[in-house]
Design a protein around this ligand. Sequence first.
Ligand SMILES: [Zn+2]
Length: 219
Amino acid sequence: MQVLAHWDFLGKNPEYFAGVVFAIDQLLATFSPGIVASGLLDESAHVITARLVIGPRLAFLDSSFAAGVLIGSVLIDVDHVPLLLLKLPMDSAEDRPVSHSLLVPILVGAISTTTRGRVQSALLGVATGTLCHFMRDLSCGGIPAYWPFTRRLIAVPYAVYAVSILGLATRMMIANRRSPNLPSGERSLNACRALTDQGVSAKGSIVLAGLEDATQCTH
Ligand SMILES: [Zn+2]
């Protein structure tokens, strides 16, 4: 999938993209770029956050799971749209949607147990991506993590998020240095080969025809 290849690209220079997250947050804190621009900037930071959480393991992940993480990292904010249309404020405790509850990834994870194959991988990815989303929102006003038991927002200082981003970026930089000079797609293909060589998938086959999109490793 081409989108995943682009997402993989974010992992090639994690230090830059960690800086992008901090720049976005500084921008949002200093200016009011408008609802649409703020939303786009914030979702971009969510995507980068999830990419940093996944870290150097993206090449080893099932593409359905990786796609699920990417989608889950932003999907939960879709419920902001009705609030935007009604022009309601978004930053107060009362207005952060209850979808930002731990109940959501738990339910998605539970539903995944009733499925199999790629659907199960995708749902597990969505649950993981939602948790990545919460990681950022915890430091940006908090989330109603324990809804429906309480509507109270759970929050952490921004410094916790900042240190986490720096730590994740550092981990990825170290991993990248261990396998330097490999384009992301090539690194993914090598990962697929390694998995197949190790017999992880007895029926595994590598989609060599799609070298430019080497994240596709069928099992
Ligand atoms: Zn959110």
